[in-house]
Design a protein around this ligand. Sequence first.
Ligand code: BG6
Length: 509
Amino acid sequence: MDNPFREFLVSRSSPEPCSVVIFGATGDLTHRKLIPALYNLAKEGDLPPGSRVIGVARREKSDGEFREELREMNRKVSRQGHDEVLWERFAAGISYHRSEFNDPEGYRSLAERLGKLDASGPGRPNRLFYLASAPEFFPVILDQLRESGLHEAVEGGWTRAVVEKPFGTDLVTAQRLNGVANATFPERDTYRIDHYLGKETAQNIMVIRFANAIYEPLWNSRYIDHVQITCSETLGMEGGRGGYYDTAGALRDMVQNHLLQLLSLIAMEPPADLTADGIRDEKVKVIKSLRRYPDARTVAENVVRAQYRAGTILGQNVRGYLEEDRIHPRSMTEPYVALKINIDNWRWEGVPFYMRMGKRLAKKVTEISIHFREPPGVLFNRLPVTARKNVLVLRIQPDEGMSLRMLSKMPGPSIRMEPVKMDFQYSTSFGKPSPEAYERLLLDAMAGDATLFARRDEVEHAWRFIDDIEHAWHRSNSPPPMAHYEAGTWGPEEADNLLSRDGRVWRRL
Ligand code: BG6
């Protein structure tokens, strides 16, 4: 039989060398994620030789100083360790370009610099502009790229733009940003990054579902009782994040993008093919089918927002949200949110998707659990058992893998049942650690594969869903209340009630 992933495998051309131009080069993302990802690609031999990095930012700095800062961080965070010899070779291709983001002169000199690099480099004039600055500069940079002519592909090469999150703060701002992006780059060259899609285990969802015979026939409301998606973090507002976070909150920061992406991979129909648009067409249908919350009352019934109070995490005392640095002392922003979501389509009619995510919770873990309906209770229903439902767990991180809970007879002369687990772990089955999401995504953008990037309509439909909730919280006359939880716990009681009301409980992690 034909390999169903053949098209996927062959559609991915190997990337050619290119210039990666990073706007926001002195920021945390560049230091912690982008440069280490490029370094690891180089270490694995996946970075096309001759590729180079030009960091653009406003501070005065020499190439040498810039490389030195990057080296320090790479030493601390590189997944593969830091090899001085390799670093020297890799860093020789890194340079720094000082410019204000709105200064046409800075773009003119950048164009000149790129022109020289292209002329001396081995390949074609390929350019990947990566917008990793503060989000308010995204439209400014896009406008300047257009006005300077840098957005146009140079003969024989390609030009693409990667735009970081947050992609807008609501539907209107996202539409506006999309307008500017699409006036500058065609949609096929616009890569809206969502690093959750680059996680190995998120990519595995489609393979598990569609490359195995045993799951898909059960993957519907007839057999599935409900689905839970949990993304809990122990981190709070370290590293000066509070300033951004207090304007965003959990719903905008994580649900609009990462968690709705995971939900759409779990809930989508099999795509017609494995092309970027084939897959994104199906994901967007799921997002369009999310049942909206039309008013503050429905929001109050289905969504819990909460802030943490002081508590203890891993033996350390931590402050409450309102006492964190750069958080307004009377802030109404939520570092925690739990939702009950319904998908109004044939497959999922009546199957709730419960989602929770929060900062300063007991443990860092992201997982999706599929809770199956109970079997007909005719044979074993009198036997006591601690849990009756089959549960399939997809562990996104850490400890990536999958497990299936089922009932088994305990050894012995009488029939006694106990839930047991079948377990698959990436680390033991494949014997090597998964690459970082940014490695995969940078490579895909260089190769021109947009499958793991969000399309314009996906982002906009996700904002429609989120905007109803934000509106009820911040603009209605009777806003739903803010709940509270102690840092280091599993969240507020109100989130437990969201499930207990339906006769269900959150999985204990
Ligand atoms: C980012 C959010 O997109 O994802 C952060 O802005 C969050 O608030 C982070 O901490 C989580 O990513 P990961 O890969 O650690 O789960």
